[in-house]
Design a protein around this ligand. Sequence first.
Ligand SMILES: N=CN[C@@H](CCC(=O)O)C(=O)O
Ligand SMILES: [Zn+2]
Length: 434
Amino acid sequence: MESCKLLIAGLKQVVQVCKNGERMLVGDAMNDVAIMQSEDGNCGYSIVVDSDGNIHDIDTDKNINHKYNGTQFEKSIDGRGCCVIPGLVDAHTHPVWAGDRVHEFAMKLAGASYMEVHQAGGGIHYTVEHTRAASENELYQLLKQRLTSMVKCGTTLVECKSGYGLDTESELKMLRVINQAKKNKIIDISTTYCGAHAVPKGSTSEEMVNDIITNQLPKLKQEIDSGKLQVDNIDVFCEKGVFNAQQTRKILEEGVKMGLMINFHGDELSDSGSAKLGAELKAQAISHLEEISDEGIKEMSKSHSVAVILPTTAYILRLKAPPVRKMIKAGVPVALGSDFNPNAYCMSMPVVMHLACVNFHMTMAEALTASTINAAAALGMSDTHGSLEVGKKANFVIIDAPRWEHLVYQFGCHDDVIKAVVLGGDIIHMKHST
Ligand SMILES: N=CN[C@@H](CCC(=O)O)C(=O)O
Ligand SMILES: [Zn+2]
């Protein structure tokens, strides 16, 4: 090779997560992450990124020096004493919105439940009002800031939902904003249409389903077919008092006809049969699942739909923990997401991983698998993302510590522990040296 984009050398650990082309890890394999470890006194490991921004080679420094003698590297990073893990994947976020809901935090601390705030016209309704009124540019600036914060915490691929528009024009506006961020390569993005996020004020759920099927989805299809928009997934908030299982099925099936992957909210505040429904529809992913039934777990393990667990939501709303251990034991692929939204204001996957370990009893290795290869699988992107393997996109987090676990162990202050974040071989974040 004459020229390459990036060389990272001297690494103490290269945490590949998996190394045999696995598309997801289940059961005990979630805890068995693949690591290349340099022993004290021996030379470290290097990673070579090709000019297309993909991983070209991973080997010892000695072998890389030998193989790439004479190759020009556009950039290099001194990785001595550091570890590298795949760029983190955040499998569930609502990052496009305007309006401040800090007052609701006080209401919830005083005892109001999520549904009480929602039914009093707050929650999603409040955000819808402000998001509808905001211009596309305002929303884009807000999104850009939030995505940049996520990058600083190590995220390089994020699922971004619409869902605070609830009418055709406002939903399309949100999707255009997400598409703009994707074009500008702030971070890798999987885009989700979530028009069925709530029943708008003044409508019934049946009227909303009808609007989605007869107006919103046909218009969305036109935009996708004409190349104006790129959308990957379809989402519904399947919940008592929002959309029931039958309405959810109707919307999701219509989305599948348009080529969208099913990735929806289910069994969060009550068991509404979402897991069973999602498994039957071969959903790519189902999120929340605090209230999943044993039957739902069984069905999801058969369909291999990814369970996207959201520790910040259960934490902030003081919900019961989803049965993560049962899911892993049953062979359900488990992923993690931040659920960043005005209710759960967290953009940091290391914090999410920490909460998953302490509150849901996941091991650090399971939390890493759930935030890399399995989260990429939730987005149908684990062929290119989620592990450090030759040919995959060069998305990395370089950790300034002798073991990768410091990223989860150190609670907050990521600036201290994250040395650099790399997207497709480009250094998109570098820690300030003091
Ligand atoms: N549950 C539905 N949607 C979000 C909350 C959105 C909001 O409150 O604005 C969630 O995933 O937690
Ligand atoms: Zn959500």
